[in-house]
Design a protein around this ligand. Structure first.
Ligand code: HEM
Length: 134
């Protein structure tokens, strides 16, 4: 009887340690990944990180040229618009045709019919991942 109790107690402790390990591993791993992303998309400036200052060469940007992986250059900035393609009010095709390329003129003129709204410009800013390397 006592032995049974001891075994149950031992198993309970083992399970607790396992769960605690799994939990902290998940939490810690998540934090490291988040920090990694922040550092990848940043540069040091005066002792602190400045977000979104990563620079990409045009050769690298042109590799992201499909609906599943779509980057655009607009006015010297680089945007990952992959998630936005299907919800673009002007249609997915307009963006798909420009994936991996400079879309400044298309964005500026809505392909010749006028200019994008302030809301569109704000939405664009949320997708910035860096700048075009000169
Ligand atoms: C990722 C960048 C872009 C964003 C965030 C964006 C966002 C939007 C938004 C919010 C609208 C609704 C109207 C407005 O608010 O102005 C719109 C409409 C439109 N967009 Fe874009 N757009 C982008 C890129 C482009 C590009 C590169 C083109 C053309 C090559 C384009 C062509 C159009 C057209 C033709 C409409 C008009 C739809 C209509 O009024 O019937 N857009 N876009």
């Amino acid at each position: 009887m006592n032995l049974k109790k001891e075994i149950s107690f031992g198993i309970a402790i083992l399970l607790f340690v396992l769960f605690a390990f799994a939990y902290f591993n998940f939490r810690f791993g998540l934090e490291v990944r988040t920090l990694d992303n922040t550092i990848n998309n940043s540069e040091m400036s005066g002792g602190s990180f400045k977000a979104n200052r990563k620079e990409f060469a045009s050769g690298e940007i042109s590799k992201h040229n499909s609906k599943e992986d779509c980057w655009l250059i607009i006015d010297g900035s680089v945007y990952n618009v992959t998630e936005f393609i299907d919800i673009h009010p002007g249609g997915a095709e307009k963006l798909i045709a420009l994936c991996g390329q400079d879309a400044s003129l298309g964005f500026e003129t809505k392909d010749g019919i006028g200019s994008h709204s302030q809301r569109a410009k704000q939405e664009l800013a949320t997708m910035k991942i860096g700048d075009l390397k000169n």
